[in-house]
Design a protein around this ligand. Structure first.
Ligand SMILES: [Zn+2]
Ligand SMILES: [Zn+2]
Length: 285
């Protein structure tokens, strides 16, 4: 048989095999930060082609066999010879009767209609390791599409999509969050209880803390995917200026400013300011 196919004119490669490897499949998996950080066993539903169990991939009805294609004699292609002004041109085209297989299925399997595979929905569990990041893909070997004729299944890639978190934003394995601190607490210092992904930490805010300051909580971020250890948690401090002062509070704040020699614009009767900023600007110009 090999000699027969090999001997065909025009560099024939013979009929194409009915059994071919299957394609890879990809599936999107949405996870919360806690799941990507610490890992999870996630149930997934996969819609792919699987092996037809009726015919075990052969494509033929029970008790029947493939038949050699009569149109191409089993070669899978037909040759035509054309006479042109350049001479004889021999061309080979895939046989349209057998689609190039060289064989036909006289009695196809009733379950898969000869394809050797059927589409079905499966439930799997995918083990997500701790520390995965948005966009990463987990490969499940041979859980993809089964190939035509029951060919080896391709791989299934599970692509991780991390849902945005209410509190933490993630940069690599580091986490960032914002905490509001009243102006007085920033000036006098305070103690904060910070909720991390998996614990609560008590941290001190030093007296005289400036707006935009950052506290770094080591190893309170996301565990590293490779190796040991964890990223850090950065707590960004938003110093909040009071927006509504009653008469007493305003007076105390003005007295406070006076003791520090800090200039404060006086309110006019119309509710505007006597601008001292302009004076200061002119003074420096
Ligand atoms: Zn079948
Ligand atoms: Zn044929």
């Amino acid at each position: 048989m090999d000699a027969f196919f090999g001997g065909a004119a025009g560099g024939s490669r013979g009929p194409r095999p009915r059994t071919r490897p299957g394609a890879d499949a990809i599936l999107r998996l949405e996870l919360d930060l806690n799941e990507t950080a610490f890992g999870v066993e996630a149930p997934i539903t996969v819609d792919t082609a699987v092996l037809c169990t009726t015919c075990s991939g052969a494509g033929t009805a029970a008790g029947t066999h493939l038949a050699t294609c009569e149109a191409c004699g089993g070669r899978g292609e037909v040759q035509s010879v054309q006479r042109t002004f350049l001479g004889q041109v021999v061309s080979a085209r895939p046989c349209t009767v057998c689609q190039g297989y060289g064989t036909t299925i006289p009695h196809p399997c009733p379950t898969c209609a000869g394809d050797g595979r059927v589409r079905t929905r499966r439930s799997l569990t995918v083990k997500i390791p701790a520390g995965v990041e948005d966009g990463m893909r987990i490969r499940l070997a041979q859980q993809g599409e089964v190939g035509p004729g029951g060919g080896t299944a391709g791989d299934l890639y599970v692509e991780i999509h991390e849902r945005p978190h209410d509190v933490y934003s993630r940069k690599g394995d580091d986490l960032h969050c914002r905490v509001t601190v009243p102006m007085t607490a920033a000036a006098l210092g305070t103690r904060l209880t910070i909720k991390t992904l998996d614990s609560e930490e008590v941290v001190d805010v030093k007296p005289g803390t400036q707006p935009g300051s950052t506290l770094r909580l080591r190893a309170r971020g996301v565990p590293h995917l490779r190796g040991t250890g964890r990223g850090d948690l950065y707590v960004h401090l938003d110093v909040r200026t009071p927006t509504k002062l009653d008469a007493d509070q305003e007076r105390m704040l003005r007295d406070f400013a006076k003791t520090r020699g800090e200039e404060v614009a006086e309110l006019t009767k119309q509710g505007g300011f006597f601008s001292r900023m302009r004076d200061a600007f002119n003074g420096h110009a």
